[in-house]
Design a protein around this ligand. Structure first.
Ligand SMILES: [Zn+2]
Length: 614
């Protein structure tokens, strides 16, 4: 997950991330799926197929979700085996059904059936080729890559070894640039042997995508967004251009402050920022170096952790409070089973996965969260974020199975974060956690912290798949994998490798989502959309103040607008869902500029006389 506020793996039943798609014309014209010669399938066949496919997947999903829950909350050999068995069964069958859906590529069907067929067809991340030895090899490579990342560690000359968790903590806190460089380089050794495997995987997955009627895997991935693949790329670029001036101002200030601290020989003031100094292994979010770049004046910021303690909040009370945020908007309270079955506190007697996540086991009412709650302000935010997922899941539960998901894959995370953006001093005062709201002159610190976490992330969220799309389409060839990666990082982020990279380096592989084959554009979308959602809901709530101080707590009008969008699930193109809530069918990053307006003014003052850009 990209940053602190999005600490959650969303688990929608066990459904694969089935995102929306109206497939490209070009793609459906050349479907090589074998259609039986004698009687071409009819529209009725297509409807029957969709109905039985969903019924079958539904049956497989429930036990697979239960097993996954049992594993995550009680890790042992048996729960691991049962969960792996059932999820394999579900994904194998879903893959077969997705291939069957391709049979109907040329059949004229009603719009609703077409949408469901496309969703099924698009459910692959890596489409397996039909030759069994090839599909087996593809799944072998994916789990090998995953394993190489998971087992990755760096051993120092003296024999001491660090895993990623230990190195992440050191990257966050250490200010010793030589140590940071050692760790940065050390971690990137794990991905060197991934390269030949990755290359082979790309070839196999492209073969699978072609069999489904796509030009390549890049087109399959970009085809999930209710617009032609090439238009979607252009849409992302347009949105990024809106954020760019603000990002450049943030970059300029951060580089200058890093230059003050480390010296301009370490941080040259006319080049991209060396990637090891930003407090994060991938330089993707910069909140950890807040103390190096913060304003000089003292900021009065509510200490939520202390307030929770003072008011006797335990873990359950924190969750109850978050629930009341949603009921104040008009949502029904969570069911009794939520309180009985969720994991709120880390159990003492067994291993569990603590990574926060929100679950919907039966697509009806069996909602749960799984966390190991710490009694801190940060976790208070995470709880609100996770419940955002739960309320979304419940809102679309009456949709057909293929429509149970967020409007596109960015929406789910965006909703959780939107709710978290409403945890402002105003809200904290309303619920009695603090007595007074600090005046606006204190907002700068909070805004800078959020910008370092979220706006610094935006170009990274964009470039990861820019690289992958080019790799899958063949525009970037294996000899250029690493070079192309760094060209994109420099171009979008203004971040550079701190040392020349070896010819055999494969730095993309040192980021989980690449060997893990998790599409990344969803995080870019979520970071843009959450500010647009927040602004729209604040307007509906009639909040008069600056948007960064707004909370929609207590607004039934905002709650209704939110619910109207959530309950659509994936039944309509995401642009329609967006329009339902915001009144516009276009993504618009100008909400980010509104939110951070006071910070931008301050940054521009700081940057006077500095030479910005790279
Ligand atoms: Zn989340």
């Amino acid at each position: 997950m990209p940053n602190k506020l999005t600490l959650s793996a969303i688990m929608v039943g066990l459904s694969m991330s089935l995102a929306a798609c109206q497939q490209d014309q070009a793609a459906s014209n050349q479907s090589p799926a074998k259609v039986e010669q004698a009687a071409p399938p009819s529209a009725q066949d297509a409807r029957d197929f969709i109905e039985s496919a969903q019924a079958e997947m539904e049956k497989l999903q429930f036990p697979a979700s239960q097993a996954a829950w049992a594993y995550a909350t009680y890790i042992n050999q048996d729960t691991a085996a049962v969960s792996a068995y059932l999820s394999e069964k579900l994904s194998v069958r879903t893959a077969e059904l997705a291939k069957e859906a391709a049979k109907f590529n040329h059949v004229e069907v009603d719009a609703n059936t077409r949408r469901q067929l496309d969703l099924l067809l698009n459910s692959f991340v890596l489409a397996p080729p039909s030759a069994p030895e090839k599909s087996e090899r593809l799944s072998q490579i994916s789990s090998e890559l995953d394993g190489m990342y998971g087992k990755g560690e760096y051993c120092r000359k003296d024999g001491e070894c660090w895993d990623l968790g230990q190195m992440t903590a050191k990257m966050a806190r250490s200010r010793d640039h030589e140590l940071l460089l050692e760790i940065w380089q050390g971690w990137r050794q794990i991905s060197v042997p991934m390269k030949p495997l990755y290359e082979e995987m790309v070839t196999l997955a492209n073969e699978g995508a072609k069999e489904l009627g796509f030009a390549d895997t890049s087109e399959l991935w970009r085809g999930k967004y209710d617009m032609p693949a090439k238009d979607f790329s252009a849409e992302l670029d347009r949105t990024w251009e809106q954020v760019k001036p603000f990002y450049e101002a943030l970059h300029c200030h951060v580089r200058a402050k890093l230059g003050d601290y480390y010296g301009t020989d370490v941080v040259p003031q006319d080049k991209p920022i060396p990637a090891h100094l930003l407090g994060n292994m991938w330089a993707q979010s910069w909140g950890n170096i807040y103390d190096l770049v913060k304003p000089e004046q003292k900021m009065q910021v509510p200490d939520v952790t202390a307030a929770l303690k003072k008011h006797g909040y335990d873990e359950i009370k924190m969750v109850k409070q978050a629930e009341s945020f949603f009921t104040s908007l008009g949502f029904e309270p969570l069911p009794e089973t939520f309180w009985e079955r969720s994991q709120f506190v880390k159990p003492q007697d067994r291993d569990v996965i603590c990574h926060a996540s929100a679950w919907d086991l039966d697509d009806k009412d069996d909602l749960r969260i799984k966390m190991c709650i710490q009694k801190t302000g940060e976790e208070f935010n995470v709880i609100h974020h996770e419940l955002g997922h739960n309320f979304y899941q419940r809102a679309y539960k009456n949709q057909p199975l293929l429509y149970r998901g967020s409007a596109n894959d960015g929406f789910h995370e965006a909703i959780g974060d939107t709710i978290a953006l409403s945890i402002t001093p105003k809200y904290l005062k309303q619920i009695g956690l603090i007595n007074e709201i600090p005046d606006e002159s204190n907002d700068l610190g909070m805004l800078l912290q959020v910008a370092l976490d979220k706006i610094a992330f935006v170009p990274f969220g964009l470039m990861v798949d820019q690289w992958r799309w080019k790799v899958f389409s063949g525009e970037v060839t294996p000899e250029n994998y690493n070079q192309a990666w760094w060209e994109l990082r420099e171009k979008y982020q203004g971040v550079m490798a701190p040392v020349a990279r070896d010819a055999n380096a494969f730095d993309p592989g040192a980021k989980y989502h690449v060997p893990g084959n998790t599409p990344y554009t969803r995080y870019f979308l979520a970071h843009i959309l959450q500010f647009q959602f927040h602004k729209a809901l604040c307007e509906i709530a009639g909040d008069q103040g600056p948007v960064h101080r707004c909370s929609i707590y207590g607004s039934k009008e905002a709650g209704k607008a939110l619910n109207d969008m959530l309950e659509m699930g994936m039944s309509k193109p995401w642009q329609e869902a967006l329009q339902t809530m915001t009144g516009s069918n276009q993504m618009d990053a100008t909400a980010i500029l509104d939110y951070f307006a006071p910070l931008k003014t301050w940054l521009d003052q700081q940057n006077q006389g500095r030479q910005c850009g790279w």
